[in-house]
Write a protein that binds this ligand. Structure first.
Ligand SMILES: *[C@@H]1O[C@H](CO)[C@@H](O)[C@H](O)[C@H]1NC(C)=O
Ligand SMILES: *[C@@H]1O[C@H](CO)[C@@H](O)[C@H](O)[C@H]1NC(C)=O
Ligand SMILES: *[C@@H]1O[C@H](CO)[C@@H](O)[C@H](O)[C@H]1NC(C)=O
Ligand SMILES: *[C@@H]1O[C@H](CO)[C@@H](O)[C@H](O)[C@H]1NC(C)=O
Ligand SMILES: *[C@@H]1O[C@H](CO)[C@@H](O)[C@H](O)[C@H]1NC(C)=O
Length: 383
């Protein structure tokens, strides 16, 4: 027998030298393995990089809770051709906000953009039957999110568009930063559905003033987002500024506005992503002398994106009666003339031209007005 390790071998003609066969094998096996590992490596790097660009992985952070968060976030964002099946998740605010703010650049091009209607309420939504009527037939163009008191257990019928739309909520108090937290929580949860393009904050006392197609067109074609933001030298506006906010927020940057906003996706991400102005407001704008839900978003967005703001809200409200709360409207006051003359009687700028179509929503409406509004909704609102 020819020795395999022998260095010299004399072969008969036509016989293949065994050493050469062995060498061929030895040469190709590592090459194939190398190629396999290389491909595997490239695949892993690609997977990691693509997950990293989702923002759901932070390098050098492999704690088990983080990994769970990665999964929760990746699962949500991975299904971006359809909305998340459930609004339930285990993410805390930090994780949720980081997940939501990473979703901006991942928009599929063929999506149908939706309006996210975000209901900020303590308990029930007594006017929901009117909203049901408003939403009817527009399923592809809206989504609903509800932030309520964490102990409140809503009892919507499974056929209702409000069914199962409550997000993981926490206690929110008027005038406190916890109210802004609730708004950011709503925005972050709504951002997880990449079809949501516009974000409208409404309360349990709000009603829509126009039919769905009018409101959808008005919002989707506007170049600006509708957020009240004004500067006024009065005790209730500039008077609430705290000099401790300098130099990040100067007195001339200080803005006031009601919290009922409509924001584009870009601005919604800015709100959820903000870690720069938030601590200033949490520390320097405290209840009794300052009400953060009237100042945080108007001031912060004026500093970040002044050119994208209309500086007015789409939500009509009546402060004329004085006091800390706006007027509550009931059956007697809610007539066709009221909606036509009072609400549509104002004028404002919309995409550089003057219009009388300034308001899409109205508050505050008493629950007892529901039946009246339902039976007159066609003449009042066109739906
Ligand atoms: C959320 O959880 C992370 C750890 O997973 C923690 O670092 C962070 O402080 C938590 N945030 C809040 C608001 O509880
Ligand atoms: C909505 O209202 C507008 C203006 O009132 C009207 O022209 C339009 O036909 C209505 N759309 C639907 C779908 O009812
Ligand atoms: C606030 O004022 C200071 C001093 O004039 C200036 O340096 C700083 O840039 C201002 N801050 C903002 C946000 O404009
Ligand atoms: C809203 O206010 C900002 C800053 O105060 C300003 O730059 C912007 O032009 C205003 N928008 C409109 C539509 O007037
Ligand atoms: C409104 O005016 C601004 C500045 O003059 C311009 O950039 C913008 O395109 C105009 N918008 C419309 C809808 O004409």
């Amino acid at each position: 027998m020819q020795s395999r390790v022998g260095s010299v071998s004399i072969l008969e003609e036509g016989q293949i030298p065994p050493r050469i066969i062995i060498h061929q094998r030895n040469n190709h096996l590592p090459l194939r393995l190398l190629l396999l590992f290389l491909l595997l490596g490239v695949g892993l790097v690609f997977l990691y990089v693509s997950m990293y660009t989702y923002g759901c992985i932070r390098i050098h952070d492999f704690s088990s809770s983080r990994i769970q968060t990665h999964q929760a976030c990746v699962q949500r964002l991975a299904s971006w051709t359809r909305p998340p099946l459930t609004l339930v998740h285990e993410m805390n605010d930090t994780e949720l906000f980081s997940c939501a703010s990473s979703s901006l650049n991942k928009l599929p091009s063929n999506r149908t953009p939706k309006i996210a209607f975000m209901f900020l309420t303590r308990g029930p939504l007594p006017l929901s039957p009117l909203w049901d009527k408003f939403f009817q037939g527009n399923d592809r163009l809206y989504s609903i999110y509800i932030h309520s008191s964490p102990t409140y257990d809503p009892d919507f019928d499974p056929s209702s568009p409000f069914y199962g739309r409550q997000i993981p909520s926490q206690v929110a108090e008027w005038g406190r930063m916890s109210m802004c937290d609730a708004e950011r929580r709503l925005l972050a949860n709504a951002l997880l559905d990449v079809s949501n393009e516009w974000f409208v904050l409404v309360s349990e006392a709000c009603i829509p003033l126009k039919n769905f197609s009018t409101i959808y067109t008005h919002i989707s074609q506007s170049q600006l987002s509708f957020l009240g933001a004004f500067d006024e030298d009065s005790p209730n506006a500039r008077g609430r500024y705290n000099w401790g906010m300098e130099p990040e927020v100067n007195l001339s940057d200080w803005r006031k506005g009601s919290q009922w906003f409509e924001l584009s996706r870009k601005l919604a991400v800015e709100v959820v992503r903000d870690a720069f102005y938030y601590p200033k407001f949490k520390y320097f704008c405290r209840a009794d002398s300052c009400y953060s839900d009237e100042h945080y978003l108007p001031t912060m967005l004026t500093l970040l994106s002044p050119r994208l703001l209309a500086n007015r809200t789409l939500t009509w409200v009546d402060w004329s009666r004085g006091g800390p709360h706006p007027a509550l409207y009931d059956v007697g006051e809610l007539t066709e003339n009221f909606f036509k003359d009072v609400v549509d009687g104002e004028s404002c700028m919309y995409n550089n031209h003057t219009t009388n179509l300034c308001f899409m929503f109205l508050r505050k409406i008493a629950p007892s007005a529901l039946d009246h509004l339902l039976s007159h909704s066609l003449e009042f609102f066109g739906f």
